[in-house]
Design a protein around this ligand. Structure first.
Ligand code: NAP
Ligand code: GCO
Length: 259
């Protein structure tokens, strides 16, 4: 039996019109899953559907803001009616604001917490009842290096991602008895639109990350697909409450000394 086969499974990946979510959803489709995704407006959803189609994948797309419980509950009900019961949830949608804490407004802080932490709570709460009823489910929360480490200007994001690590452990603890596994996937520094501003060749942070990564490179979204398939598949049925870091070794390394 191929433990990494997702045939017959329905996977919801939030914020998956592009970026990490798109790569993970595409990997799930190639592993046999039916993929469903949401984004915050129809233009992005249409863009995502076209992108999946261009790669020969049929994806079901829905407009829903992960911070809006009514929209998420309505979307999950629509998915269950139009596609089927959700077997795999990837809480991927997220934003970052890079602002020194003393200059960040409370509203800006709240917005990051709302999308990056409250959103995963809202979506997981919406899909859990059906998973409990069928005594099966996989929830994967996209964590971060900032689930473990801090750095200048990302106070809200680090607080959210640190909280997301603990929400992951709590869902695992509370619902493990229903054969539901909830794990985190913690990407390192990955080439996506979110990191484009700090990845400019010659930018000090770009050089810093390459020196801080044993693999001496930025990650690619493709680097995350295998670990994401593992966490969504029966190969990880006894892995629960774990955060799988896919970071090229960043968390293990003090960093290359300057020449
Ligand atoms: P991205 O390129 O900015 O994509 C984020 C996606 O989430 C976009 O499609 C975005 O749509 C969507 N989104 C934002 N707010 C939303 C909301 N309220 N409701 C629904 N969808 C929403 O980011 P990424 O780099 O792919 O990151 C994806 C996830 O990985 C995030 O949780 C991020 O924190 C995490 N992560 C990223 C890295 C990295 O190095 N890139 C590393 C570790 C973790 P819009 O275009 O409308 O904003
Ligand atoms: C930053 C980056 C990181 C990455 C990622 C690292 O400004 O430090 O955006 O936060 O997005 O979360 O794992």
């Amino acid at each position: 039996m191929n433990q990494f086969d997702l045939t017959g499974k329905i996977a919801l990946v939030t914020g998956a019109s592009y970026g990490i979510g798109y790569a993970i959803a595409s990997g799930y489709a190639k592993a046999g899953a039916t993929i469903v995704f949401n984004d915050i407006n129809q233009e992005l959803v249409d863009k995502g559907i076209a992108a999946y189609a261009a790669e020969g994948m049929k994806a079901f797309g829905y407009v829903a803001d992960v911070t809006n419980e009514d929209q998420i509950n309505a979307m999950v009900a629509k998915i269950e009616k139009e596609v089927g019961s959700i077997d795999i949830l990837v809480n991927n949608a997220g934003i970052i604001k890079r602002i020194p804490m003393v200059e960040m407004t409370a509203a800006e802080f709240r917005q990051v917490i709302d999308i990056d932490l409250n959103g995963p709570f809202i979506v997981a709460k919406a899909v859990l009842p059906a998973m409990i009823a069928k005594k099966s489910g996989k929830i994967i929360n996209i964590c971060s290096m900032m689930s473990e480490l801090g750095r200048e200007t990302v106070s809200a994001y680090a607080a959210a991602k640190g909280g997301l690590k603990m929400l992951t452990k709590n869902i695992a603890s509370e619902y493990g008895e229903f054969n539901i596994q909830c794990n985190g996937l913690g990407p390192g520094y990955i080439e996506t639109p979110q990191t484009a501003p700090i990845r400019v060749p010659g930018h000090p942070f770009n050089e810093f990350i390459i020196a801080k990564t044993p693999a001496a490179r930025w990650g690619k979204t493709e680097d995350l697909v295998g670990p994401a398939v593992f966490l969504a598949s029966s190969a990880s049925d006894f892995v629960n409450g774990h955060v799988l870091y896919v970071d090229g070794g960043i968390l293990a390394y003090i960093g290359k000394q300057p020449k």
